[in-house]
Write a protein that binds this ligand. Structure first.
Ligand code: ADP
Ligand code: MG
Length: 626
C-alpha cells in the first residue's frame, strides 16, 4: 500500500484477481452482456441486505428513501453508471470485496476458463461477478457509502495489478447519499452499451425479475422504470407464459440455459408459502462439489433473507429458485433457521414436492427425464445413502447402463424382465461400462441372459455399500460374496459341459493354489460366476465390494482386506494345477492370481515376476524351452 499527496493509496489485487482480470481483458468473449447482469445482481443484493438490516435498525433507511437501481449512459463521457441505494461498503469492505475473491472453486474456474474455447458458459455459471465489469470498461470508479456512515470512499482501477483508494470527493459524496455508484469508462468496442435500448434489452433478458425497480436515466436525468420488479412467484400460473418462466429462471439462477423443469405453486394451510423452483438443463462445472452454496433463496413476505437455509437436501443441490414464506418471522437468524420447526416443515414439504415432480416427469416425459438424469443423476444418487426414507423413490427414478443394451434402464424395466427363478438384481461397479462389459464376472450371468447393471460413477461404490432393494428384490454385487445362478436356466444347454474335475481333484487343486498363494488372498474357491475365463477376484460376503475397497485404498482408507480368488474348475489352466508338480503348480497359481488382477483393471503386485512367469510358460508352449 502506498500513499500520495491527494490521500489516494495504492493496493495490490490478490493474485487470483489479477489473473482473473487479465483473462477478462485479453480474451474475446462473444457475450459481454453478463457484466450488467452481475452488477445489477450485486446492486439488488445490496438492497436486500439493507432491507434486512433495517428490520432491526430502521434508521439505516434515512438519507435516500427509495430502494432502487439506476443506470445512466453518458455518450459524451463514454461512461455507464450503475448506482444503488443499498447497504454500501465502508473503506475496509471496498478493499476486501473488490480486491480479493472469496469464493471457493475460483482456481478450478480459472483453469476451466483458460482451457475452454468460449468462456461464456463458465462465466455465466460461475458468476465472476464484479470483475466482469472489466470486460467492457477499461477504468472503473466505485464510490460507496455504508448505510449510516458519514464518510464515502472511492475505489478506482484500470485492471492490471491493483487499485487506488481515496476518500470520495465532495462531489462524488453528494451523489451517493447511501449505497454504491459504479462508473464504467467503456472500451471502444463496448460503445454499444451507451445506447439506452441496448441496456434495456440486457435488463429484460437477465434482470427482468429483480425485485427492485431498475430505472434507466436519459440525458435530461429523467428516470424510467424498465423491469417488472414484481415477485413473479406470487402471480397466478394462468397469467404466466413459458417465456416469463425462462426469464425468471435466468435472472434468479444467473443462468443462460432453459429450465428443464419448472415447479410453481402456493402451499396453503398451516404454513403458507409460494414456491418457484427450476431444474436446469445444463449441469454447472462445480456440481460435484458438495460445498456448493445452497441455491434456493428464502424470502419472507417478499424480503430476501438468505440462500443458505438448506431448504432442500444436498442431493437436490442442482435445483434453483425461490421460496417466499408468509408466516416466518422476518428477523430469522442462522441458528433459528436450523432449528425452526416451521422451516423444517417447509423443508419436508418442498423435498416431497420436488421428488413428486421428478416422478411425474419420469413417467410422463421419459425423454426430458433421461436428460435430467444424465445431468444430475450423480447428485441424486447421493440421496441413496444419505436419505433412508427416500431411497425407494430415488431408486425408481434412477436410470442405469446395463448389459441388456445401449438404452439406460429403470429398475422397473429390470424387474419386469427378470429371468425365471431370478430373485435378485445384479450389478457390477467399475470405472467404465466398456471395461465392465469385458469382465469375466459377467460370464455366468451372460450364459443365462441375466441382465446386470453396470455402475460407473464413483458414487456407485458407496450407495451400493448399503443394503438396497427394489420391489422386494435385493441388489447384489457380482464381485462380492457367493453368487449362485443355479436355478436360473442356461440359455444354451450346450454351455453346460460336465468335464468338471472330480470332487477329490477339485479339492486338491484348491488346496494347492491356496498353499502357493499363502496370505495374498483370503480364500480360494470354485466359482459359479465364470464360464470361460480361468479366475477372478471377489470380496467376501461381509466385506466391502472390491470397487469400494479400491476407491478407499486410493485415499489410504482401505481396510487391507484380502480378496477371494475364484477358479473356473473347467478351465484347462486350472486343471493343469492338479497335474503339475509342486513348483510348477505354484507358478501357475500366481499366474492365475495376476491374471485375475489384470481383468479387474489392476496391476499385478509384482509385474516383473508376472512377466517372467508368463514368459517361461509361453516359451515352453512354443516348444523352445526346457
Ligand atoms: P458475489 O456477488 O458472488 O459475492 P461479486 O464479485 O459480484 O461476488 O461481488 C463481490 C462482493 O462485493 C459482494 O459479495 C459484495 O459484498 C460486494 N459488492 C459488490 N457490489 C456491491 C454493491 N453494489 N453494493 C454493496 N456491496 C457490493
Ligand atoms: Mg455478484
Amino acid at each position: 500500500m502506498n500513499g500520495d499527496a491527494s490521500g489516494a493509496q495504492s493496493h495490490q489485487f490478490q493474485a487470483e484477481v489479477a489473473e482473473l482480470l487479465s483473462l477478462m481483458v485479453h480474451s474475446v468473449y462473444s457475450e459481454t452482456d453478463v457484466f450488467l447482469r452481475e452488477l445489477v445482481s450485486n446492486a439488488s443484493d445490496a438492497l436486500d441486505k439493507l432491507r434486512y438490516e433495517a428490520i432491526s435498525n430502521p434508521a439505516l433507511l434515512t438519507g435516500a428513501e427509495k430502494l432502487a437501481i439506476q443506470i445512466k449512459p453518458d455518450a459524451t463521457a463514454k461512461t455507464v453508471t450503475i448506482a444503488d441505494t443499498g447497504i454500501g461498503m465502508d473503506r475496509q469492505e471496498l478493499v476486501d470485496n473488490l480486491g480479493t475473491v472469496a469464493r471457493s472453486g475460483t482456481k478450478a474456474f480459472l483453469k476451466g476458463l483458460k482451457e475452454a474455447k468460449d468462456g461464456l458458459g463458465l462465466i455465466g455459471q460461475f458468476g465472476v461477478g464484479f470483475y466482469s465489469a472489466f470486460m467492457v470498461g477499461d477504468r472503473i470508479t466505485v464510490t460507496s457509502r455504508r448505510a449510516g456512515a458519514s464518510e464515502a470512499w472511492a475505489w478506482t482501477s484500470s485492471g492490471g495489478a491493483g487499485f487506488e483508494m481515496a476518500p470520495a470527493s465532495a462531489e462524488q459524496a453528494s451523489r451517493v447519499p447511501r449505497g454504491t455508484e459504479m462508473v464504467l469508462h467503456l472500451k471502444d468496442d463496448a460503445a454499444r452499451y451507451l445506447q439506452p435500448f441496448e441496456l434495456e434489452r440486457v435488463i429484460h433478458t437477465y434482470s427482468e425479475h429483480i425485485l427492485f425497480p431498475i430505472e434507466l436515466l436519459d440525458d435530461k436525468g429523467e428516470a424510467r422504470q424498465v423491469n417488472a420488479a414484481s415477485a413473479l412467484w406470487q402471480r397466478p400460473k394462468s397469467e404466466l407464459k413459458p417465456e416469463d418462466y425462462t426469464q425468471a429462471y435466468r435472472s434468479i439462477a444467473m443462468a443462460f440455459d432453459e429450465p428443464a423443469l419448472t415447479l410453481h405453486y402456493k402451499a396453503e394451510g398451516r404454513q403458507a408459502y409460494a414456491v418457484l423452483l427450476f431444474v436446469p438443463t445444463t449441469p454447472p462445472f462445480d456440481l460435484a462439489d458438495p460445498g456448493r452454496k445452497g441455491r434456493v433463496k428464502l424470502y419472507v413476505r417478499r424480503v430476501y433473507i438468505t440462500d443458505d437455509a438448506d431448504l432442500l437436501p444436498p442431493w437436490l443441490r442442482f435445483v434453483r429458485g425461490v421460496v417466499d414464506s408468509e408466516d416466518l418471522p422476518l428477523n430469522l437468524s442462522r441458528e433459528m433457521l436450523q432449528n425452526n420447526p416451521q422451516v423444517t416443515q417447509i423443508r419436508n414439504g418442498l423435498t416431497g414436492r420436488v421428488i413428486g415432480e421428478l416422478e411425474t416427469c419420469a413417467t410422463k416425459e421419459p425423454e426430458t427425464w433421461s436428460k435430467i438424469w444424465n445431468a444430475f443423476g450423480v447428485v441424486l444418487k447421493e440421496g441413496l445413502y444419505e436419505d433412508h426414507e427416500r431411497r425407494g423413490q430415488l431408486l425408481a427414478l434412477a436410470r442405469f447402463a446395463t448389459t441388456a443394451g445401449d438404452v439406460p434402464r429403470s429398475l422397473k424395466d429390470y424387474v419386469t424382465d427378470l429371468k425365471p427363478n431370478q430373485t435378485e438384481i445384479y450389478y457390477l461397479v467399475g470405472d467404465s461400462a466398456e471395461r465392465l462389459k469385458a469382465n469375466p464376472k459377467l460370464e455366468a450371468a451372460r450364459a443365462r441372459g441375466v441382465e446386470v447393471l453396470l455402475l460407473t460413477d464413483p458414487i456407485d461404490a458407496f450407495w451400493t455399500a448399503m443394503p438396497q432393494e427394489f420391489e422386494g428384490k435385493p441388489l447384489r454385487s457380482l464381485s462380492q460374496g457367493d453368487v449362485d445362478f443355479g436355478l436360473v436356466p442356461l440359455l444354451d444347454d450346450k454351455a453346460k459341459t460336465d468335464d468338471k474335475p472330480s470332487t477329490d481333484d477339485e479339492a486338491g487343486i484348491l488346496k494347492a493354489v491356496k498353499e502357493a498363494l499363502g496370505d495374498k488372498v483370503s480364500d480360494v474357491r470354485a466359482s459359479q460366476r465364470l464360464t470361460e475365463s480361468a479366475a477372478c477376484l471377489v470380496a467376501g460376503a461381509q466385506g466391502r465390494d472390491r470397487e469400494l475397497e479400491r476407491l478407499l485404498a486410493r485415499a489410504n482408507r482401505g481396510s487391507g482386506a484380502k480378496p477371494i480368488l475364484e477358479l473356473n474348475m473347467r478351465h484347462d489352466l486350472v486343471k493343469a494345477v492338479g497335474t503339475a508338480e509342486k513348483d510348477e503348480a505354484a507358478e501357475l497359481s500366481n499366474l492365475l492370481l495376476d491374471q485375475a488382477c489384470i481383468l479387474d483393471g489392476e496391476i499385478p503386485a509384482d509385474p516383473a515376476a508376472f512377466s517372467r512367469r508368463l514368459n517361461i510358460f509361453v516359451v515352453r508352449g512354443l516348444g523352445k524351452g526346457s
